[in-house]
Design a protein around this ligand. Structure first.
Ligand code: 3PG
Ligand code: MG
Length: 373
C-alpha cells in the first residue's frame, strides 16, 4: 500500500546522505487555538517529531511548513504561525518554520509560482502532513515534481493503519460514526459498508436516518436533502446498521429529557441515550477491529457528553485493534484522558475519511509519481 512511495531511507540514498542538505518538511501544524492564540492541543506538533528528529540526527537542515486555519490567501494576524513556532522551538530546537502557507493564495490555488518559491534552495522534500494530504494544495502536491521526495514516518504509519482497515481487518470489524452531518460522510459510509461487519451510527446524523425511517424527530438537527440517500443506504445495506434506540436532549420547555426513537414536537435530541450507549459499548467490546469517527452527541455540554464518553471508554477498553479518526473524536478522547488507550489516533479528520473512502489521497499520488509527473 505504501510500497510504491519513497521512504526517508530512500530519500537519504537518493541524495547521497543528508548531512548539510536542506530538507523541506510539509507538516500539518493546524492546531486548535484559544481566543488568545494559545495552543490548546499540540498533538499534531508532537506527532511530527519522529520525522524531524530522524532528519536532524543525520545532519539535515530542516525547514517545516504548515497551514494554520483558513485565512484564505492573505495574511491575517489571527492565524499567525508564531504560537506554533514557539512550541516547535521547545520540542525540536533549531528547526525552521515558514509563515502560514495559506497567507499566500498560491497554496490553495496550487500555483506553480508558489511551488517554485517553496522548493527554491531545497535539496529534498518530505510530506508528513497526513491531515492535509487530501488537499491538492501547492505544498502538498507541488514539490515532488521538482525535488527528490519521500513520505515521513507519521504519514507512513497513518496510511498503513488506515488502509489496513480496508484490506485486512481482524473480524468482526465495527465502524462507529457520529458527528452532525451525514452529507460529509455518505461516501465513507458506503465504502465502509463493503468492508465492515457492522456500522454503528450516533451523533446528530442519526436523526437524518430516523427521518428516513419515518420517525418523528421534533426540532433535532436533520439534513432534509439527505433523507432519501439515508433511506437508500438503510435499504441496500447488507451489514447491520445500528441506530440509537434512545435519545436524550431538551424538551419543548428546555428541560433535560430522555425518549425512545419517536421525539415529540419541539424536542431537540442532543445525545444518544444510556440504553444505546450501553448497546454500542457491547458491540465495541465484541469487535476485533474498531474504527471510531465523530462524537455521539454535543459532548461540549456536560449534560450531553455521556454517550460520547461511554463510547470513548468502550473504545479505550476494547481488546480489539482500535483506530480513532481525528478532529472531534480525537479531541473527545483527549478530554476524557483516554488518548493513550487507543492503538492509533489519527492526526487527520477529513484525510482519514477520504483515505478510507477512496484508498488514496492527492498527497500520496504526488509522492508516488514523483518527478515523472
Ligand atoms: C484539518 O484540520 O483537518 C487539516 O489540517 C486540514 O485543514 P482544512 O480542512 O482547513 O484543509
Ligand atoms: Mg485496546
Amino acid at each position: 500500500m505504501t510500497a510504491s512511495i519513497p521512504t526517508l531511507e530512500d530519500l537519504e540514498g537518493e541524495l547521497g546522505g543528508l548531512a548539510g542538505k536542506r530538507i523541506l518538511v510539509r507538516t500539518d501544524f493546524n492546531v486548535p487555538l484559544d481566543e488568545h492564540g494559545g495552543i490548546t492541543d499540540d498533538f499534531r506538533i508532537r506527532a511530527a517529531l519522529p520525522t524531524l528528529q530522524w532528519l536532524t540526527a543525520r545532519g539535515a537542515s530542516v525547514v517545516t511548513a504548515s497551514h494554520l486555519g483558513r485565512p484564505h490567501g492573505k495574511p491575517d494576524p489571527k492565524y499567525s504561525i508564531e504560537p506554533v513556532r514557539r512550541r516547535l522551538a521547545e520540542l525540536a530546537p533549531g528547526i525552521e518554520l515558514l509563515e502560514n502557507l495559506r497567507y499566500d493564495a498560491g497554496e490553495e490555488g496550487n500555483s506553480p509560482e508558489f511551488t517554485a518559491q517553496l522548493v527554491a534552495g531545497i535539496d529534498g522534500y518530505v510530506n508528513d502532513a497526513f491531515g492535509a494530504s487530501h488537499r491538492a494544495h501547492a505544498s502538498v502536491v507541488g514539490p515532488p515534481r521538482f525535488v527528490p521526495s519521500a513520505m515521513g514516518r507519521l504519514l507512513q504509519r497513518e496510511v498503513e493503519v488506515l488502509l489496513g482497515l480496508r484490506t485486512s481487518p481482524k473480524r468482526p470489524f465495527i465502524a462507529v460514526l457520529g458527528g452532525a452531518k451525514i452529507s460529509d460522510k455518505l461516501g465513507v459510509v458506503e465504502a465502509l459498508l463493503d468492508v465492515v461487519d457492522g456500522l454503528v451510527i450516533g451523533g446528530a446524523m442519526a436523526f437524518t436516518f430516523f427521518a428516513a425511517k419515518g420517525l418523528p424527530i421534533g426540532d433535532s438537527l436533520c439534513e432534509p436533502d439527505q433523507v432519501d440517500a439515508c433511506a437508500r443506504l438503510l435499504e441496500a445495506a447488507t451489514k447491520p446498521m445500528h441506530l440509537p434506540t434512545d435519545i436524550t436532549g431538551l424538551d419543548a420547555d428546555g428541560q433535560f429529557a430522555t425518549w425512545g426513537t419517536r421525539l415529540p414536537d419541539g424536542a431537540k435530541g442532543l445525545d444518544i441515550g444510556p440504553g444505546s450507549a450501553a448497546e454500542f459499548a457491547d458491540i465495541i467490546a465484541e469487535a476485533r477491529t474498531i474504527f471510531w469517527n465523530g462524537p455521539m452527541g454535543m459532548f461540549e455540554d456536560e449534560r450531553f457528553a455521556a454517550g460520547t464518553r461511554t463510547v470513548a471508554e468502550a473504545v479505550a477498553a476494547a481488546k480489539g485493534f482500535t483506530v480513532v479518526g481525528g478532529g472531534d473524536s480525537a479531541a473527545a478522547l483527549a478530554e476524557f484522558g483516554l488518548d493513550d488507550d487507543v492503538d492509533h489516533v489519527s492526526t487527520g479528520g477529513g484525510a482519514s475519511l477520504e483515505l478510507l473512502e477512496l484508498g488514496d489521497l492527492p498527497g500520496l499520488a504526488a509522492l508516488r509519481e514523483g518527478r515523472n509527473q
